[in-house]
Design a protein around this ligand. Structure first.
Ligand code: UD2
Length: 349
């Protein structure tokens, strides 16, 4: 009897192992897409900085006096400074710019920055670039990539040493939605053709924005998302995710963390390449089905960030709306939307 039992147990164990392995093998791509692997962040980080020696990453002791971090003292208690998956949320006073710059500045980092100025939005490019030259990534290499349908109207803005600008042509569009829908595709292509060989990090931004204070290396991360200024108090079921199941951007009720802005996201060039090519694929499937997500590429981006948790979050300091009044917890505005008249700027209403 005991002998038979052992025999059945052995058969059962073998069956479980065989079918379990088969299941994992068949569904491994879906499973790995759904699960965030923080350890991958380090693999990719090592890959990105493979040319940098360990010596260069050592903090230069004695060259700068900075306050010691206090283990039991939280500098900001009025805002969330870390996400549930342990990604830091960057706010004023959560970092020391001197410490950040002493680590990153010696590494000769170049930051690609993409911005679209199509149709009448070209008018907004000058103030965007001028404000960036005052506040954005000072002390780092910056390469702007301006996507426009009017190469001859790109303004001449004096760039500091180590900073350059490339103009990339895109077609004119008759609907503003089309521009948002196609940005992922253009950025993905620019990464393959240029950026991959020219920069370490990339930030993708809107043009109807101005930099108002320091926006620097504290924003570096493998996959960086920005908390949208319009929805930080909203419950997840009311967030403006795409709710139609037919769209690839669909987010079911009960899911979601923050609502992120399409006006600023970034990270390591190879990681953002993966993001843009995935969103481009999803947008294209929607297009074939004649579905346009509620907030165009922003909806797809939001779904992507639910499946692939950002490793760093920028607070609304980095995506503020000037039309909103001051807030007690908002100690600095770094990057803000300009007031604009959609009727006169957009090709369609
Ligand atoms: C929101 C998002 C934006 C995008 C859009 C999706 C924020 C603060 N903004 O902005 O990132 O996801 O919704 O619909 O999260 N553009 C042109 N020419 C045009 C129209 C647009 O160049 O005729 C470019 C330009 O860079 C502009 C960007 O596309 O800044 C987004 O367009 P928008 O600013 O009109 O969109 P908006 O304000 O609805």
């Amino acid at each position: 009897m005991l002998h038979h039992l052992k025999h059945y147990q052995a058969i059962l164990t073998v069956t479980i192992i065989v079918f379990g392995s088969l299941y994992l093998w068949i569904f491994k791509s879906e499973i790995s897409e759904m699960i965030f692997h923080p350890e991958n962040a380090h693999c990719s980080e090592a890959h990105m900085f493979q040319k940098i020696t360990l010596d260069e990453l050592i903090y230069p002791i004695g060259q700068s006096e900075v306050p010691q971090p206090q283990t039991l003292v939280q500098r900001r208690t009025d805002v969330l400074t870390v996400s549930p998956w342990l990604a830091p949320i960057v706010w004023q006073e959560t970092f020391d710019p001197k410490v950040i710059d002493s680590i990153y500045q010696p590494l000769n980092i170049t930051v690609a920055t993409t911005v679209f100025a199509v149709g009448k939005y070209i008018q907004l490019l000058k103030q965007f670039l001028e404000s960036a030259e005052k506040h954005y990534m000072l002390g780092y290499g910056v390469h702007y990539y301006v996507f426009t349908d009017q190469m001859d109207k790109v303004p001449q803005v004096a760039l500091a040493s180590g900073r350059s600008l490339t103009v990339l042509p895109v077609p004119s569009f008759s609907r503003w939605q089309e521009i948002s829908l196609r940005r992922m595709e253009f950025i993905r292509k620019a990464i393959e053709d240029h950026i991959r060989h020219e920069a370490h990090f990339i930030f993708c931004t809107d043009v109807d924005m101005v930099f108002e204070s320091r926006f620097g290396a504290e924003a570096f991360g493998e996959l960086v998302a920005t908390i949208h200024n319009g929805w930080y108090l909203t419950g997840r079921n009311e967030l403006p995710y795409e709710r139609r199941t037919a769209s690839q951007a669909y987010v079911p009720k009960g899911q979601g963390d923050f609502y992120y802005g399409g006006a600023l996201y970034g990270g390591h060039v190879d990681v953002v390449h993966r993001l843009t090519s995935t969103c481009e694929e999803q947008l294209s499937i929607d297009k074939q089905k004649s579905i346009e997500a509620a907030w165009q590429e922003e909806s797809h981006l939001n779904r992507y960030f639910i499946l692939h948790k950002p490793t760093k979050l920028l607070s609304p300091e980095y995506l503020w709306d000037k039309a909103k009044g001051p807030e007690k917890w908002l100690r600095v505005v770094r990057f803000a939307t300009v007031l604009k008249n959609y009727k006169t700027l957009r090709p369609n209403v």
